[in-house]
Ligand binder design. Sequence first.
Ligand SMILES: NC(=O)c1ccc[n+]([C@@H]2O[C@H](COP(=O)([O-])OP(=O)(O)OC[C@H]3O[C@@H](n4cnc5c(N)ncnc54)[C@H](O)[C@@H]3O)[C@@H](O)[C@H]2O)c1
Length: 265
Amino acid sequence: MSDPNPDLATRGSLAGRVALITGGGQGLGAAIADALARDGASVTVLDTNIDAASAVALAITERHGVVAHAVRCDVRDRVAVDAEVSRCLEQGGSLDILVNNAGVSHVGDRTESVSDEAWHDSFAVMVHGTFYLTRAVGRAMLAAGRGAIVNVSSIRGVLPRAERLPYATAKAAILMMTRCTAGEWARDGVRVNAVLPGFQATPMWDQDVADGLVDATAFLAAVPAGRLGQPSEVADLVAFLASDRAAYITGACITIDGGVTSSLP
Ligand SMILES: NC(=O)c1ccc[n+]([C@@H]2O[C@H](COP(=O)([O-])OP(=O)(O)OC[C@H]3O[C@@H](n4cnc5c(N)ncnc54)[C@H](O)[C@@H]3O)[C@@H](O)[C@H]2O)c1
């Protein structure tokens, strides 16, 4: 029998858990932090933009009554990542959930014109950052014998597109990191999964449209569901994967895209 109120059904499912979300200052990361807090986790919102992260943490505490912290950290900086993870562990006692969400969108150049900066920055944020966080937090999770990591990839990790080489290649690397690490750590009680959002209504999308990098009408026409995805929908999937209800799911790479990757002409 289906639950009459699926929202309420998830509340409390993460009670007592401590979560760290990268890039949580806006967009998908902010929605993910909110969903984890709604379900009972205390959260740390990590972002280079401390003002945005602080606003998200404050709103979360007011809305859900859980502990929420904001930290300024650049996921490209290994030394800073290790220091922040240590500080989170001292502060919260454990880290049970890690969401590697921070991302940057370099769009618009064919391969022969991609700049060193676009290439290196894409990898620094999305590949190196995800690795640094996974390694640092993973050590604590392995010692504790439990943990759930969710990596935010993209449909671009499996669906190529012209003029998106750095982004798509970095997102594909995240999928392989997810599966390699999941296979290694499953016996130690640590699960690692990835989500692949399609076209989402976030500031990143708005910016790409405003910059003329994305033709909103053409993209929407390619979505069988006929609309953009909402950040809360990705957040609910992440919260599920982070919870014990997903205890047997690891190494999964799950599209959430309104059918885009299932409807190529
Ligand atoms: N928006 C979409 O349509 C879409 C689709 C698929 C996947 N994604 C992925 O979802 C994730 C979030 O996307 P979004 O649309 O919310 O993006 P966004 O640009 O709205 O937010 C990204 C956040 O990450 C932070 N950030 C960027 N670089 C950082 C760094 N080096 N260290 C720490 N924080 C950093 C930014 O300050 C920002 O708060 C990204 O990984 C993105 O690639 C987005």
